[in-house]
Design a protein around this ligand. Structure first.
Ligand code: NAI
Length: 266
C-alpha cells in the first residue's frame, strides 16, 4: 500500500529529487514550496506554516505517514533562521496530529554539516527557546554587520535544528507516539543552492576548504534523498534523534575519531 509523504522544498534540489523518487516508487507525495508545489506557502512565517499544514492535512485526507523537511535557504539574512529552524519545527509540530493517525509515522529533516561551523550561541539559544521574535532580532543584528558576520545565521540555524531534533525525538510527543525523528546533515550537494558558488574556482576552493569530502567529493541530491527515504520508511523502527552526517567524510575529517570522550572520567 502506498504511503502519504509531505515533502517541503519539493520544487528544487534535494526536496524535488526526494519527491520524484518517492513518486516513482508509487508513494503519494504532497509537496510544499513557495511555488510549483501542491501546497504553495511561505514557511518563513507562522501564518505560512499554519496554512501549509492545514492544506497538506486536507489534501492527505487526515493521515500523513511521513514528513521530509528539505526547504531551506543559505543567505546571510534574518529570514534564514525563520525558514531553516522555525519553518521546520513549526511545520512538524503542526503536522504531528496527522502523523499520529498513521500506522507507521516517520519524520526526517535536512540539517547540514554547517552545524559544525562557527555560529552564534545566542541565536541558537533563542531558536531552541522557540522565541522567534528574539531569534529574528539577533539574526537581523548579525545580518546588519555584513555577509561575513551574517553568514553565521546559516550554521546557527542548522546547529539549532540538529539540537532540536535530538531533544525532541526522545520526547513523549515523538518517541512516545512511536515516531522516529532524525536529521540528515549533507556535505556539499550540487543543487541550485550551491551551483553559483561552485561555478568559480575561487568559490569551489573556499567551499572545499570548509567542507572537506575525501569520499567521492561533491554529492548528488540523490545521495541525500535515498537516506531521507529510508529514515522515513517502515523499515526504520529504532533510529531516533540522530544527526546523520551523509557528507563524504567531512564530519569525520573535521571532528576526528573521538566524539565519545564527553562522559569519560577526567
Ligand atoms: P534548493 O535551493 O535547491 O531548494 C530549496 C527549496 O526550498 C527551494 O525549492 C525553495 O523554493 C524552498 N524554500 C526556500 N524558502 C522557502 C520558504 N520560505 N517556504 C517554502 N519553501 C521554501 O536547495 P537544496 O540544496 O536542495 O537544499 C535543501 C536543504 O538542504 C536546505 O535545508 C539546505 O540548507 C540543505 N543543505 C544543502 C546543502 C547543499 O550543498 N546544497 C548542504 C547542506 C544542507
Amino acid at each position: 500500500m502506498s504511503r502519504t509523504y509531505v515533502v517541503t522544498g519539493s520544487a528544487s534540489g534535494i526536496g524535488a529529487t526526494t519527491a520524484d523518487i518517492l513518486r516513482s516508487r508509487g508513494e503519494r507525495v504532497i509537496g510544499i514550496d513557495l511555488r510549483d508545489a501542491d501546497v504553495e506557502a511561505d514557511l518563513s512565517t507562522p501564518e505560512g506554516r499554519t496554512s501549509a499544514a492545514a492544506r497538506a492535512v486536507e489534501l492527505a485526507g487526515g493521515t500523513i505517514d511521513a514528513v521530509i523537511a528539505c526547504a531551506g535557504i543559505s543567505a546571510p539574512i534574518a529570514k534564514t533562521i525563520a525558514v531553516n529552524h522555525f519553518g521546520v519545527t513549526g511545520l512538524l509540530e503542526a503536522l504531528l496530529p496527522a502523523l499520529r493517525t498513521s500506522d507507521a509515522p516517520r519524520a526526517a529533516v535536512v540539517s547540514s554539516m554547517a552545524s559544525l561551523q562557527p555560529n552564534s550561541p545566542e541565536l541558537v539559544e533563542a531558536a531552541l527557546a522557540d522565541d522567534e521574535a528574539k531569534a529574528l532580532e539577533i539574526a537581523e543584528g548579525l545580518a546588519a554587520q555584513g555577509p561575513a558576520v551574517g553568514y553565521a545565521i546559516y550554521p546557527s540555524s542548522k546547529r539549532a535544528l540538529s539540537r532540536w531534533v535530538r531533544r525532541t525525538a526522545i520526547s513523549d510527543a515523538w518517541a512516545g507516539s512511536g515516531i522516529p525523528l532524525n536529521a540528515v546533515a549533507p556535505g556539499t550537494v550540487i543543487t541550485p543552492m550551491t551551483k553559483d558558488l561552485l561555478a568559480t574556482p575561487e568559490g569551489a576552493k573556499m567551499v572545499d576548504a570548509a567542507v572537506p569530502m575525501p569520499l567521492n567529493h561533491h554529492q548528488s541530491p540523490e545521495s541525500i534523498a535515498y537516506l531521507l527515504i529510508w529514515l522515513t520508511s517502515v523499515e526504520n523502527t529504532h533510529l531516533a534523534g540522530q544527526v546523520i552526517y551523509d557528507d563524504g567524510g567531512a564530519d569525520a575529517t573535521l571532528r576526528g575519531d573521538d566524539i565519545w570522550s564527553w562522559n569519560d572520567p577526567s
